[in-house]
Design a protein around this ligand. Structure first.
Ligand SMILES: [Zn+2]
Length: 236
């Protein structure tokens, strides 16, 4: 079972670890990993594995194999050297990319504070993020952007806590998303708390303080159906 180090500390950029298995498709399973796997609208991490001889294996992405949220496979880029189970490596994140994803992911939590409507989808990118809402009326974009930047600049602390699946089931109001399922099924669920303004289950990676997000710019508000609006946010 791989230890998900990013879940306890999303700021670990490099980590000594061990190759525990190579999948039939050539995917790399590690004893413990700092590579977040694609899920919840956030793309999986990229980076490199440093071998004992100083050479590198480039990691093009990270996934949950067959949707198994308890496992992570690092996917090597084309033409990389074949690692062996039992081999010690040092994992290095593509930190610039991941940090942008952390900032944008946390920014999307702020969007759900400014727009407290049912969520039907979300996507986190390095340069922009988007959330789809059940929201019949088009809100005032200037006002949303102002409130978003106020919330980010207010330097709210971002922290994690854990509850059981049963506790989440007893508090359905915590779930803002209609069809992105919270990360249940492992007995406990992680909640992300932003100051006193937001608390919701989330398995992604976040910054420690909203001040790290920087300035945000509201992109398009697109109509995606009779009562659905797609709100896009970019770095300012
Ligand atoms: Zn999150």
């Amino acid at each position: 079972m791989t230890e998900f180090v990013f879940r306890e500390d999303s700021y670990v950029r490099s980590l000594p670890t061990l190759v525990t298995a190579i999948t039939p498709e050539g995917g790399i399973v590690l004893d413990r990993t700092i590579f977040y796997a694609t899920s919840g609208g956030q793309p999986g991490d990229t980076g490199r594995l440093e071998r004992a001889d100083g050479s590198f294996v480039t990691i093009a992405g990270s996934v949950h194999p067959d949707g198994d949220k308890a496992a992570i496979v690092q996917v090597p880029a084309e033409g990389q050297a074949q690692l062996q189970p039992g081999e010690e490596v040092i994992a290095h994140l593509d930190w610039d990319r991941r940090y942008r994803l952390m900032r944008m992911h946390t920014a999307l939590h702020l969007v759900t504070v400014v727009l407290p409507y049912p969520i039907t989808g979300a996507g986190v990118g390095e340069d922009k993020g988007r959330i789809d809402f059940n929201l019949p009326d088009v809100p005032d974009a200037v006002e949303i952007e102002r409130r978003l930047n106020d919330l980010a600049a207010a330097a709210h602390a971002v922290s994690a806590e854990w509850i059981t699946d049963a506790e989440l089931e007893a508090n359905p109001g915590l779930i803002k998303s209609m069809n992105v399922k919270p990360p249940v099924g492992q007995g406990r669920v992680r909640l992300i708390r932003i100051g006193d303004i937001d608390l919701q289950p989330c398995g992604g990676t976040h910054v420690k303080n909203t001040s790290e997000i920087g300035t945000l710019r509201l992109g398009k508000i697109e109509k995606k159906g009779a009562i659905n609006r797609r709100v896009t946010v970019l770095f300012g």
